[in-house]
Design a protein around this ligand. Structure first.
Ligand SMILES: O=P(O)(O)OC[C@H]1O[C@H](O[C@H]2O[C@H](CO)[C@@H](O)[C@H](O)[C@H]2O)[C@H](O)[C@@H](O)[C@@H]1O
Length: 386
């Protein structure tokens, strides 16, 4: 498959796998989740010293109520946590100070474009909070038609993948573009082109077909967890049904318990009940996102691993001629930012309106700025093609 231009990508929803599920699949990946403190890998473009990012939150291993609260802490709390200089009571001043460490990818576009010269850009995009604004009801997290058009356009010029915490089917339903590659369930469900050197060596890869009938590779390292996840989903629905505003979402290989619409006085109750359910499942772990508790298999797989897997599967692993760019807004995206930092190849762009610690190099304020950035990429590519 030619990824240089107008590449056609498979996508899609599951069709029956051709080979049997491999029972030994996940064992090699099993590992108790351990937060990381990644070594700093210098940016070739910039060398602003950063504070080391704290470990990502496995909610089981820390004060979970605090963790739930800090999923959307007040501006002041972030400012205090991050740096003294950022503790200005004026949010705009604090944000501008923060931008010194995480420059706007729009303002730095020329720099990024210079670095991309002679290389192929590969784009990796998170969905919620990146392509669609955060809304109260997760079922209504639609992306705008304008965003869809620009993502479609960008995919004409650059191999583009979505890596989401949603189920792959759900995120495809939202995005609706066959030109992209999709990884759902925080990267635990990837559909990508068949690449023999990947599938032959990975027992978690099975051959399948997409909706257009193309042969694809389906990588599902947590396949054996499906029955357990379904069971946990049902238990969580039952146990939270009397908490007003709590909703539970089945993301196929993981489950999200949303508390955005729960009265803060009841957050503790949500946390306790979730803990009660998952303590019976030592092979699951609990992490958090934006006002959401996420229950997922405790395997050594995350969005960072998914990014590496996609780079390999799409023949984009060579740092000499590929520049991967990953755009995301959530804690789970930090795993991907970390991979790019450690490979010293490519850039993470963190989408945030307020100062937060991240392993990304650049920032964008919100999905509207993400759209502007994608437009700039297309304009730049078109003008360079002349
Ligand atoms: O990896 P992502 O694509 O960013 O998915 C992460 C989670 O996103 C969704 O929840 C978040 O967005 C909702 C809609 O704006 C919002 O209501 C919720 O509070 C956020 O946490 C999604 O519903 C989750 O299942 C994903 O894991």
């Amino acid at each position: 498959m030619d990824l240089k231009s107008n590449h056609s990508a498979p996508v899609l929803t599951d069709s029956a796998p051709r080979s049997k599920s491999r029972l030994r699949g996940f064992r090699g990946l099993m590992l108790p989740y351990s937060p990381s403190g990644a070594p700093f890998s210098p940016n070739p473009l910039r060398s602003i010293p950063r504070r080391k990012t704290g470990g990502r939150d496995d909610v089981r291993s820390c004060g979970w109520l605090d963790a739930m609260k800090s999923s959307s802490p007040t501006h002041k709390k972030f400012a205090k946590d991050i740096n003294h200089e950022l503790s200005s009571p004026d949010p705009e001043v604090a944000y501008r100070t923060w931008l010194l460490n995480y420059p706007s990818a729009l303002a730095s576009f020329e720099q990024i474009a210079n670095f991309a010269k002679g290389k192929r850009i590969a784009l990796f995009l998170d969905y919620d909070g990146t392509l669609s604004p955060i809304v109260e009801n997760p079922d209504n997290a639609f992306m705008s038609d304008d965003m869809r058009s620009i993502v479609k356009e960008v995919a004409k010029y650059f191999p583009t993948a979505i890596i989401s915490g949603r189920s792959r089917d759900k995120v495809y339903e939202f995005v609706g573009l066959t030109e992209l590659y999709y990884a759902g369930s925080h990267g635990m469900d990837i559909m990508c082109p068949v690449k023999q050197s990947v599938s032959d060596h990975d027992q978690n890869c099975i051959k399948s077909t997409d909706k257009q009938g193309n042969e694809v590779n389906l990588f599902q390292p947590a396949r054996e967890f499906l029955p357990m996840i379904d069971k946990v989903y049902s238990s969580l629905v039952r146990i939270t049904e009397d908490i007003k505003g709590a909703t539970v979402e089945n993301n196929k290989f993981c489950v999200s318990v949303h508390y955005r619409n729960v009265d803060q006085d009841n957050w503790k109750s949500v946390g306790e009940r979730v803990q009660d359910v998952i303590k019976k499942y030592p092979s699951l772990r609990l992490t958090q996102g934006r006002k959401v508790l996420e229950i997922r298999p405790a395997i050594n797989w995350d969005k960072g691993k998914a990014l590496e897997f996609l780079l390999k599967s799409l023949d984009l692993s060579n740092c000499d001629d590929v520049l991967p760019i990953y755009v995301g807004d959530d804690r789970t995206d930090e795993d991907a930012f970390k991979v790019l930092r450690e490979r010293n190849c490519g850039y993470g762009i963190f989408v945030s309106k307020s100062p937060k610690e991240s392993k990304a190099y650049y920032s964008l304020r919100d999905p509207a700025e993400v759209m502007e950035f994608l437009k700039s990429l297309v304009t730049w590519k078109k003008s360079n093609a002349l």
